[in-house]
Design a protein around this ligand. Structure first.
Ligand SMILES: NC(=O)c1ccc[n+]([C@@H]2O[C@H](COP(=O)([O-])OP(=O)(O)OC[C@H]3O[C@@H](n4cnc5c(N)ncnc54)[C@H](OP(=O)(O)O)[C@@H]3O)[C@@H](O)[C@H]2O)c1
Length: 412
């Protein structure tokens, strides 16, 4: 006893010591329970400490578990030829402590969420990964060993982004690939060349966007904000669907925005109308087009989850933060002014990437989707964003648009 006290171990033992009349036993699958012979009762909690315990690991070598005539479990030590009702694994019990998921918030950085994570068996694809939030997201995954593909409309910018990240860690595995979301042809070509790499795809981040652009039709004859933010991503997921399903569990994260709340998609008859999504120049207001495209992002994310989650592919949408100083404001001087004024009060790029990274890797979100996250917390989107009929109509319209334009160069 004195030796134990000297070693500082006596206190630990006495805490776990059972009061008179109690006996420690274990179930077949290793849970420890306590039997009181005087009161003829059993319970899972230790009568003194209140803790639950379970046996760690397998039985020691040479031991076997058996059952007697009364249905009681006993243990046979074949090497020393003895029997006991005491589970030898009880020498190595561990407390049944529920590991609570870590809580993150608006101040959390993407790298903080990935701390200690080895993503070397993951393949991540990020659209618009060459700048802003997409770049920071790509960097965070690559610094944790993931194989990251930057799918960008400007290949030289993408190559520069790859080399910037590799300057931080020379072993980072990144690839730059050409993808112009404003061209359905380019999306199809990208998907084909991705497939020739025979890679799996565990995480797809639909991040790229344009905001407050002057009215412009794409080569497919559609308004460009709508096509870049929504339709291009829609087709991308369609083309890579099989790869995602084969790589299950896989996650898609769609980067939307709180600005989805300031608009709706429906025409006067309450239908999803192409003339609203891809308006002619006379009806075009760039900010409204962006808000609508961000609402499409949310509806698409929810519908995608409904359709693919049965196949192990889940999808969530995120708001990365308010007015972060990226290149998104560059098309309109007024936006640039607002973003410049707000700059001291907005999130850092690492904080801006956090919610996306959280949705892509959080263990507690495994198998879960169809949700909207802000500041790494689930929040409620606008009521229209949750409307399943609108989401299904948008899906059908998008399907029609991409199938009607198999090769690009089509007029509206
Ligand atoms: N910044 C914010 O405050 C904020 C707030 C809410 C939501 N968001 C969302 O966050 C996401 C990232 O935006 P960001 O702020 O990081 O802006 P950003 O720096 O401008 O990044 C946008 C990315 O999309 C790419 N892109 C644009 N058009 C494309 C096309 N046709 N094909 C392929 N890629 C294209 C851009 O490529 P180039 O470099 O070649 O232009 C760029 O890499 C967007 O979905 C945005 O809606 C941002």
């Amino acid at each position: 006893m004195a030796a134990l006290k000297y070693a500082g171990m006596d206190d630990t033992d006495s805490e776990d010591e059972l009061p008179p009349g109690w006996e420690e036993r274990s179930t077949k699958d290793g849970w420890v329970y306590y039997a009181n012979h005087e009161e003829m009762k059993t319970q899972w909690d230790h009568p003194k400490t209140g803790k639950k315990r379970r046996c760690a690991g397998d039985l020691p070598y040479g031991w076997e578990q058996e059952m007697d005539d009364k249905g009681q479990i006993f243990y046979v030590d074949h090497i020393n030829k003895r029997k006991t009702y005491f589970d030898p694994r009880q020498a190595f019990t561990v407390e049944d402590v529920l590991v609570k998921p870590k809580r993150y918030d608006g101040n959390t950085a993407a790298l903080e969420i990935l701390q200690g994570r080895d993503l070397s068996d993951r393949v991540v694809l990020i659209t618009g990964g060459n700048s802003g939030i997409g770049f920071e997201t790509a960097k965070s995954f690559a610094l944790h060993g993931a194989h990251v593909i930057l799918a960008c409309r400007n290949l030289s910018k993408a190559i520069k982004a790859v080399s910037l990240i590799q300057q931080e860690w020379h072993k980072a595995r990144l690839e730059a690939m050409m993808l112009d979301l404003a061209s359905l042809r380019s999306v199809r070509e990208f998907a084909d060349s991705f497939k020739t790499k025979k890679l799996p795809l565990h995480i797809l981040i639909c991040n790229a966007a344009v905001c407050t652009q002057p009215w412009r039709l794409t080569e497919d004859g559609l308004e460009s904000t709508f096509q870049v933010c929504h339709l291009g991503h829609f087709l991308l997921v369609q083309c890579l669907q099989e790869v995602l399903r084969r790589s299950a569990p896989a996650r898609v994260v769609v980067v939307s925005s709180e600005s989805h709340r300031f608009t709706d998609l429906l025409d006067q008859c309450g239908k999803v109308d192409l003339a609203v999504l891809s308006p002619p120049q006379k009806d075009y207001w760039s900010m409204l087009a962006y808000n609508r495209a961000k609402l499409c992002n949310l509806l698409f994310s929810n519908e995608l989850h409904r359709r693919l989650s049965l196949h192990g592919v889940t999808c969530n949408a995120v708001h990365p933060g308010n007015m972060m100083y990226t290149a998104i404001h560059r098309s309109w001087w007024l936006m640039t002014l607002f973003f410049t004024l707000a700059r001291p009060f907005t999130k850092s790029m690492q904080q801006g990437a956090a919610t996306t990274v959280y949705c892509a890797v959080a263990p507690e979100l495994e198998g879960l989707g169809g949700m909207y996250f802000n500041n790494c917390f689930r929040c409620l989107p606008s009521s229209q964003a949750e409307d399943q009929v609108t989401a299904a109509s948008l899906w059908e319209l998008s399907e029609r648009l991409v199938s009607e334009r198999p090769t690009g160069l089509q007029a509206l």
